[in-house]
Design a protein around this ligand. Structure first.
Ligand code: PBG
Length: 327
């Protein structure tokens, strides 16, 4: 064997940090990150979420502070989730102008103005006493079409309270069209819709249900969220329908277990693709790190780079502010 063998040496381009930095094909930028924030009605101090170390249910004051810090770090956007003091079967707090999410949208837009994009999660589960994402029929099933009217009213209330973008997450058929129609009719034609297009019935949402206090009181969401084992074509059908209904950007959720779906969306659609690194993805890394089993900071960056590499243009992550500061 000649002394020059092998000729092709991929390692040459990895030899130094400068070479690796120059060759990196995937770069994270703070503006690509969206921070989910929870605000709870009637509290004066933030309540830490036990299953999400480092994440709290915010008071109005601490929410403003968190929004300010995110803006200062250069984070691209926030998505707000409200936890009302009183819930009922139809989720009345969801479209009440004085409901906690509307109050929070006004607070946060006053605090950060247009420095970042202030988004609202448009759903009912945080607001219903039964914890389901919609209005129930007499037999306890989620009534798709009755729910659409509620989503439309909620999206309009959110836009009126200053939301720059709404993000319907309930996986009702026709939700994007219903919301688009209502927003346009009420003078909000300029408010974009980020559609949760492929949203799986996932165990990775566990900790979120503590944070948003929205665990279903009975049953589950498998009747409307996608089956993790469902065909990839099902996700493509969902995203095509959302685009036909007027979605401006689309989302895959969760992220790390669905990198193939993110890649397919990026290859197939011509709008921005977002991915939601959900509560369980966050909790797994924090819990392993708390045990000293993994290198927390490297694992966070590696997970985000993987989601970006798979094709996500935007990433919703509970680490947004921390990571933006680090970048
Ligand atoms: C529904 C909603 C959920 C999440 C975001 N929006 C919960 C669900 O569908 O059960 C989960 C987010 C996370 O786990 O971080 N409004």
């Amino acid at each position: 064997m000649s002394a020059q063998f092998p000729v092709a040496r991929p390692r040459r381009l990895r030899r130094t940090p400068a070479l690796r930095a120059m060759m990196a094909g995937t770069r994270l930028h703070p503006a690509d990150l969206i921070l989910p924030l929870f605000v709870k009605e009637g509290i004066t101090e933030p309540h830490p979420v036990g299953s999400m170390p480092g994440v709290s249910q915010h008071s109005r004051d601490s929410l403003r502070k968190a929004a300010h810090e995110a803006a200062e770090a250069g984070v691209g956007g926030l998505i707000l989730f409200g936890v009302p003091a009183v819930k009922d079967a139809r989720g009345s707090a969801g479209d009440d102008p004085d409901g906690i999410l509307q109050v929070a949208l006004r607070d946060v837009t006053a605090e950060v103005g247009d420095a970042l994009v202030v988004m609202a999660d448009t759903c009912l589960d945080e607001f219903t006493d039964h914890g389901h994402c919609g209005i129930l029929t007499g037999s306890g099933e989620v009534d798709n079409d009755a729910t659409l009217e509620r989503y439309a009213a909620i999206a309009v209330a959110q836009a009126r309270a200053g939301a720059h973008m709404v993000a319907p997450s309930g996986m009702m058929d026709g939700q994007v069209a219903a919301i688009r129609k209502a927003l346009d009719a009420e003078g909000f034609a300029g408010v974009p819709i980020l559609a949760y297009s492929a949203k799986y019935a996932s165990a990775f949402y566990g900790p979120f249900r503590d944070a948003a206090e929205c665990a279903p009181q009975f049953g589950d969401r498998a009747g409307h969220q996608q089956d993790p084992a469902g065909p990839l074509e099902e996700a493509l059908r969902e995203v095509r329908l959302d685009l036909a209904e007027g979605a401006d950007a689309v989302m895959v959720k969760p992220a790390l277990a669905y990198l193939d779906v993110i890649r397919r969306f990026r290859d197939e659609v011509d709008v921005p693709v977002a991915a939601y690194q959900v509560s369980g993805e966050y909790a797994m890394i924090e819990a392993a790190a708390a045990n000293g089993w993994v290198d927390r900071d490297r694992m966070i960056m590696e997970s985000l780079v993987s989601i970006k590499r798979a094709g996500a243009d935007l990433i919703l992550t509970y680490w947004a502010t921390e990571v933006a500061r680090r970048l």
